[in-house]
Design a protein around this ligand. Structure first.
Ligand code: ATP
Length: 222
């Protein structure tokens, strides 16, 4: 992952992207514009450790993310998790990104509210902010109901200032409201499994790829 502006924040959004959809893409694009960075990078996971196994292979999910951002210079893809032999722990990804960019450059991980509230189940979650800032975006259908640990975490790390985030390498949590798009990968998989079209919820090339590879289709017993 590279940026021609060597001191600007490196901003990324990880996910299963099973499949990537317009909720992910619109979020990433609005974050790129709001933060004023050159690009936001999408990092599809390999074997997810926090959830049930995806409906298609890591390579297929990566291929769909590539198709989704192909004509959008503000978004890019990083294949490090898919290409890695190790399970997809965000902490490992963050450490590898940090090693690449050095100790001083801001590193920001974008999370939807659902993912943010699930952080305590992540491997080494309390060390994440030693490596990066966390940008939390509200997501329709997910109410902010933190438990005690997350209330403490927020108390320690929260800032309301984008300048603070852009002026330091890591350590802060910043909540940000975006255009809410009530789209989920689950909804898309369910539509396709019922033989219905997910068109306009994800980019057409992603939908064409799903059709070509018969992804998420439930085979009928003959
Ligand atoms: P699934 O329905 O299979 O759980 P998903 O749609 O939540 O999938 P993920 O790949 O799990 O997609 O999400 C990756 C990241 O994108 C997470 O941080 C998640 O919160 C965020 N995200 C997903 N959909 C949206 C959306 N519509 N708006 C904002 N953020 C989203």
């Amino acid at each position: 992952m590279s940026s021609s502006r060597s001191n600007e924040a490196l901003v990324f959004m990880g996910g299963t992207f099973d499949p990537v959809h317009n909720g992910h893409l619109r979020t990433a694009l609005e974050i790129q514009q709001w933060m004023g960075v050159e690009q936001v990078c999408l990092i599809p996971s390999n074997t997810p450790v926090h959830r049930e196994q995806p409906g298609c292979s890591p390579e297929q999910r990566l291929a769909m993310v590539r198709l989704a951002v192909e004509h959008e210079p503000a978004l890019c893809v990083d294949a490090r998790e898919v290409l890695s032999e190790k399970p997809s722990y965000s902490l490992l990804t963050l450490q590898s990104l940090r090693a690449e960019i050095g100790p001083d450059r801001p590193l920001c991980m974008v999370l939807g509210m659902d993912a943010y509230l699930g952080l305590p189940s992540w491997h080494g979650w309390e060390q994440l902010t030693d490596c990066c800032h966390i940008i939390v975006v509200c997501r329709p259908g997910y109410v902010y109901e933190p438990d005690e640990r997350m209330r403490n975490f927020r108390r320690v790390h929260e800032t309301r200032s984008l300048e603070t985030v852009l002026g330091s390498p890591c350590g802060r949590v910043l909540m940000h409201e975006l255009t809410p798009l009530s789209i989920s990968a689950t909804q898309i998989r369910q539509l396709v499994a019922k033989g219905l079209s997910p068109r306009y919820l994800c980019p057409d090339p992603v939908w064409h790829y799903m059709q070509q590879h018969k992804l998420y289709v439930i085979e009928e017993d003959s």
